[in-house]
Design a protein around this ligand. Structure first.
Ligand code: G6P
Length: 614
């Protein structure tokens, strides 16, 4: 949600900023801008639209500079427009500022600043920050870093900030609270990013700023970090960035989303590596070892997450309840926070997030900690806010996910949840040895089975043609495949803008059946054995109303296949593990429908990958 990049050093800043913005564009792509330190003062270029549009605009401008800041925006306050694009300038034009986050008390601050003669050029909450800092500089007669600290102490909300000053042209001031900010340390140069993507090409040595930090960097000088909470200088240690440049490229695929769908066998294998040892009969997750006893004895698991991660959590509910036999509640993180939930000290909260930066999920984690619960994280981005905020946790090893619609992160999350459930069930004794053997053996085979499903890509691309002109779709699933139906529907609506609803198959008759006519595609997950007959009846009910059936069945299935207009056969596995396979054709289906409809698959309208505002 908004991407920040900045550079100061001996190289040309503009190419570094623009490349960084392109890598961060998945965080928002409503407008983009840069501010550059030049001998005459700050040069500001910004426009509505993509980073590519900004690059075109800048091609006719003087962009020479060794220090600069850049921003790609996901609009919160104020429509996407050039006026509302960052950076924002102070009244005297001497400060330029970029921001990721939300200034919650901006109206109060704005009123005050307007009464003191400041003129606002935009409708954003961000612009108050730059005027506030200038006002503090003027009134308090302090240095810029001091002024930033003082100004931020009256700000309510979240921020990651980078500030450029015409008076200190090679200096950058950075500040963080609630939104991520990393400083890459090069050879007498600094690379700043909302995450590692714009930094990794130049250095892997990074400092993760902490909440309340205000940092000052200039080439050839040591970084200085202070914290507004206690006004002391802080020592922040260098860490190794766990990311590779080739993970950020498309690797021959037309879109990141397709690449990431095809990376799932690897993502699942990597998430199992070192954790699942079938030969030795062991499932073990190093990150939670110290908390295993606490987890085994939990009164209840509460899974908090948003979006696709919430769907993975709902698969987790089925896994944990059936294997560990402890009650599970799955909560939207945003709902959990504001309803004063009952969370006890012997509850274990599992927070799931690909990015580790989703504001609602982080807020739910903080709340759970306040209530004394143990909080376990499942997250993909190493060193992210979630990873640092939880008591313990397990990383998914899916590698960077760039496509806004989450795919490989989902299967990696489900993999880690499966391993966690198995590990706890074994220790708790809620699973028989034979079931345990059977599940871990089947789990090991999953990546190969996903590879088989990926071979159906061509067939699914053909089926997608049927959806092109549709306006609605229903997805049905039962048991552990119900969350997969939700996820399939989410994928379709996110990237193709076709309205889609996921439902438990048997619930169709309580409402959605009213929508069925010859125009309605109904995607049915029909792999569940226990409820197979019931699903067959549901399919009949759709056919009787002339709906069109697109089914996902187990290879060799005859009955449902014959009843379907389109049928996708997936390899057989244990029921509990089917989500890891059955989600894949639904991802491919959504992808091909979106491509056929000419949608921007990797950057769907209005969405952002990392939603760091509540
Ligand atoms: C956004 C993304 C989704 C993602 C959700 C949760 O809405 O577009 O793809 O599932 O945030 O993100 P997280 O990083 O917490 O998993």
């Amino acid at each position: 949600m908004c991407g920040i990049v900045a550079y100061t050093g001996c190289h040309e800043a503009y190419p570094i900023l623009i490349k960084g913005l392109k890598r961060l564009e998945y965080r928002g792509y409503d407008s983009a801008g840069v501010a550059l330190s030049q001998p005459e003062g700050i040069a500001l270029y910004k426009c509505r639209g993509r980073v590519e549009d900004l690059d075109t605009l800048c091609s006719s401008k003087n962009c020479e500079a060794h220090t600069g800041i850049g921003h790609t925006r996901w609009a919160t306050h104020g429509e996407p427009s050039t006026q509302n694009a960052h950076p924002h300038l102070s009244e005297d034009g001497k400060l330029a500022l970029i921001h990721n986050g939300i200034v919650e008390n901006y109206l109060v601050l704005k009123k005050e600043l307007v009464s003191r003669g400041y003129h606002f050029q935009s409708d954003t909450d961000t612009e108050v920050l730059v005027h506030l800092i200038q006002d503090t500089l003027k009134n308090e007669q302090v240095s810029l870093p001091e002024a930033v600290k003082i100004a931020l102490s009256s700000v309510v909300g979240t921020y990651a900030l980078a500030i450029l000053s015409a008076d200190e042209p090679d200096q950058l001031i950075l500040a963080k609270k609630g939104s991520p900010l990393l400083i890459g340390v090069g050879d007498n140069e600094y690379f700043i990013g909302s995450d590692g993507a714009p930094i990794v090409e130049y250095t892997k040595k990074v400092v993760y700023l902490e909440d309340g930090d205000v940092a000052v960097v200039s080439p050839n000088k040591k970084m200085v970090v202070m914290n507004i909470n206690d006004n002391r200088k802080k020592r922040r240690y260098l860490q190794e960035l766990e990311m590779n440049l080739d993970q950020l490229e498309k690797g021959g695929f037309e879109h990141y989303m397709l690449k990431e769908i095809f990376e799932q066998p690897k993502a699942i294998r990597d998430s199992m590596r070192g954790r699942l040892n079938v030969r030795k009969d062991v499932v073990s997750l190093g990150g939670i070892i110290e908390y295993e006893t606490k987890m085994m004895n939990a009164r209840r698991f509460i899974i908090v997450a948003c979006g696709t991660s919430w769907h993975a959590g709902t698969v987790g509910e089925y896994l944990f309840e059936s294997l560990v036999r402890i009650p599970v509640e799955v909560e939207y993180a945003s709902e959990c926070r504001y309803r004063n939930p009952l969370i006890y000290e012997d509850d274990v909260v599992i927070a799931i997030s690909q990015s580790g930066e989703t504001a609602d999920t982080i807020a739910a984690v903080e709340l759970a900690k306040q209530k004394g619960a143990t909080v376990i994280g499942i997250c993909n981005v190493v060193g992210s806010t979630l990873a640092r905020a939880t008591h313990a946790g397990s990383y998914t090893h899916a590698g960077p996910e760039i496509g806004v619609a989450s795919t490989k992160a989902f299967t990696a999350q489900v993999t880690v949840l499966t391993l966690m459930a198995l590990c706890l069930a074994r220790r708790k004794g809620t699973i028989s040895l034979s079931d345990y053997h059977q599940i871990i053996n089947s789990l090991e085979d999953i990546p190969a089975k996903v590879e088989q499903v990926l071979k159906l890509n061509g067939q699914i691309a053909e089926f997608a043609k049927f959806f092109v002109n549709k306006t609605n779709a229903i997805y049905l699933g039962r048991g552990i495949n119900y969350p997969v139906a939700l996820e399939g529907a989410l994928k379709l609506k996110e990237i193709s803008y076709i309205h889609a609803e996921g439902y438990p198959s048997a619930e169709m008759k309580h409402g959605p059946i009213a929508l069925i006519d010859e125009e309605m595609p109904v995607v049915v997950l029909a792999t569940e054995q226990e409820t197979y007959e019931k699903t067959v009846s549901n399919i009949q009910e759709v056919i009787a109303r002339k709906g069109k059936i697109i089914s996902i069945v187990t290879k060799g299935d005859k009955l449902v296949k014959e009843m379907s207009d389109y049928c996708i056969e997936i390899p057989e596995t244990l029921e509990l593990l089917t989500p890891l396979i059955s989600c894949v054709p639904l991802q491919l289906l959504a992808y091909h429908v979106a491509v056929l409809r000419g949608c921007n698959v990797d950057k769907p309208r209005n969405l952002a990958k990392s939603v760091s505002v509540e």
